[in-house]
Ligand binder design. Sequence first.
Ligand SMILES: [Zn+2]
Length: 252
Amino acid sequence: MSAWVDSHCHLHMADAAPTLLLERAAAAGVAWLVCPGTDAPSSEEALALAEAHPDRVLPAVGLHPHDASRWPEEGARIAELAVGAVGIGECGLDFYRNLSPRDDQVAAFRAQVALAEDLDLPLIVHVRDAFREMYDELESSGAGPRTVLHCWTGGPKWTKRFDALGVTFSFAGPITYPKGDTVRLAAAVAPPERTMVETDTPYLTPPPDRHLPNEPANVVEVGRALAEVWGVPEGDVARSTSEVAARVFRRG
Ligand SMILES: [Zn+2]
């Protein structure tokens, strides 16, 4: 059985007990996972889960663009928590839902880019309907392989542009969807040496269970879809995506 890494999984947001989900993940071949917070309280939950499961769960801390307006109140706490984390995020820009004003999103994102730089940690980036703005942000701040575009859904054109910045892509459930052609075209041009897989649990469950909450065991389905796009054996994708995750999150 191949060993997988779920590079982005909100284990603390799942209804089911984390221990149960971790057991099912282990049975499916998922060696470890990264659990990102989306605000200060959920970042604390991610750290607590990592403490309870040090071999399986790696924590990241950050403020999601939806909640970016809370950076003035929560930023200092997130910076404190970051000392015990393996990454900063998820953070980013979401101009689709605009749940925080765009200016607030940009300010919170830049603060988290600076935090990741200060602590020499990877940056876990959410981007929706803001590819151009995100490209400009990352180009000017200096992105690299430890800049992770999580749940990547940009088409092939944006994939090539971001690829030129040297970032790492992480594919999620949409690559398995019948309507996921754009994502599959993106995956076809994504560089295997900078590509990971994730579930974004509890969201984006692969078919046929789309009505159920997602869980880390399903990262295997994402990896299988990626293997089909690349035309390589599943085991090769498990190996390469796990190696990339180990490099990005500095897990030996
Ligand atoms: Zn997420």
